[in-house]
Design a protein around this ligand. Structure first.
Ligand code: DI6
Ligand code: FE
Length: 406
């Protein structure tokens, strides 16, 4: 006997080898012990639903999708950067503000100063906003501490947020995000510190599921990034990379050479970089919120990614500087409008491909027997509505690990 079965609607399984959206019209999905036990056409059930499950739920013509996955965020931070927003409107560039000690470093100061519970309280509304639009799994990076104590504080807050809100959290250590003031002009020394101290501390505390770095002219060089990746490998942690966001720095190929789970941003990535990603199965994570907020005009190489069959994920990049975004549905719209993804590609970007970007492809991202029963029920007539509408939330209900959230 299954615990629950949902019937009476259509299912976008997001399994890629069948109908668009992996759709099953008139479908049923059954859950037992928090996992998907069965999915298929209702007509294919072995008997009347009430004989198969303890509880039968009729979704009244709605659509069921996998729970959404935001696979790239910097959600936990202190303060905000509304003043910097004003400065950029007055003509200052993002890179110029960063060079002058504003930007990321102003958030570092605010995050260091915040007591852990205050950081939690400041970050919770951002998580709640994403969860209210169906996000059931989220990646959260450190990188606004840069010293051992604050990096670990951020990662602890990320884990606590997941526990408090019933959202699956994957944490990423991003020590190599910016050069902290105490290491000014000494980037190589800071990378020594990351490799010898902060990264090992995060790994030893069990607080990091992966390691990321910001490889860019205003951040760290490919050589410095490679050292961080080698340290991650020594601690058995997979890597990801902020790659080619502001210039072609060879980031995509570097990420691929280290078998990265994902390379993220990619606006300036060349076809050679895309080919390298295809060879190692590195996922492309596109971040339309940062593209929009920075008024970037260089498009990520979507046609090359398609041609080389690189999985394309879409994420919020939720952060106080370049992407103050807490709406995953807006990212679906922007991925289509700005990057010309199809609505189906965009939805795959926050489900199937996003799971791959987090190393969760076996357990999350599609509606298939054996996977975790994270599901969204939407009041829509067709899945493209999720990307089409702007500023509207048709989420009816969320099921997390088999349990309907209120
Ligand atoms: N790239 C980004 O888009 C964010 N970090 C990064 O490495 C921006 C972070 C910030 O501006 O605070
Ligand atoms: Fe980012």
């Amino acid at each position: 006997m299954w615990d629950d079965i949902w019937i009476g609607g259509d299912i976008a399984t997001m399994i890629s080898d069948g109908a668009p959206y992996g759709a099953i019209e008139g479908g049923a999905v059954a859950v037992a012990d928090g996992a998907i036990a069965w999915v298929g056409p209702t007509a294919g059930l072995a008997g009347p639903p009430e004989t198969l499950a303890m509880r039968v739920h009729d979704v009244s013509g709605r659509w069921i999708t996998p729970g959404l996955i935001d696979c790239h965020t910097h959600l936990v931070y202190g303060g905000n950067r509304a003043r910097e927003f004003e400065m950029r409107l007055e003509g200052a560039s993002y890179a110029a503000i960063a060079r002058e000690g504003g930007g990321i470093l102003s958030t570092v100061a605010a995050t260091r100063a915040a007591p852990e519970d205050d950081l939690l309280a400041a970050s919770a509304p951002r998580l709640e906003s994403l969860a209210a639009e169906g996000v059931t799994t989220i990646e959260i990076k450190s990188g606004y501490g840069l010293d051992v104590e604050t990096e670990l504080k951020q990662l602890r807050v990320a884990r606590r947020l997941g526990d408090l809100h019933g959202v699956t959290v994957r944490t990423t250590f991003l020590g190599a995000h910016a050069l902290p003031p105490e290491f000014a002009e000494r980037a190589d020394d800071y990378i020594d510190f990351v490799c010898a101290e902060s990264l090992p501390a995060a790994a030893a505390a069990g607080l990091a599921d992966a390691v990321d770095a910001f490889c860019e002219s205003i951040a760290f060089s490919p050589e410095q990034t490679a050292r961080v990746f080698d340290a991650a490998a020594a601690h058995g942690l997979p890597v990801k990379l902020h790659a080619d966001q502001l210039s072609d720095f060879g980031g995509a190929a570097l990420a691929a050479a280290h078998h990265a789970l994902s390379a993220d941003h990619l606006e300036y990535t060349s076809e050679a970089g895309v080919r390298a990603m295809a060879e190692t199965g590195t996922v492309a994570v596109l971040l339309p919120g940062a593209f929009y907020a920075l008024r970037e005009t260089q498009m990520p190489p979507v046609d090359h990614l398609r041609a080389h069959r690189v999985p394309i994920a879409v994420a919020s990049d939720s952060n106080p500087g370049s992407s103050p975004v807490t709406s995953i549905l807006l990212m679906l719209n922007m991925a289509c409008t700005l990057f010309r993804l199809t609505p189906e590609e965009a939805l795959a970007g926050v489900t199937r491909a996003a799971a791959l970007a987090l190393g969760l492809g076996e357990t999350h991202g599609t509606i298939a027997a054996g996977k975790v029963a994270d599901l969204c029920i939407w009041d829509i007539a067709e899945p493209a509505e999720l990307a089409y509408r702007i500023g509207f939330n048709p989420l009816d209900r969320v099921i997390r690990k088999g349990v309907a959230a209120s």
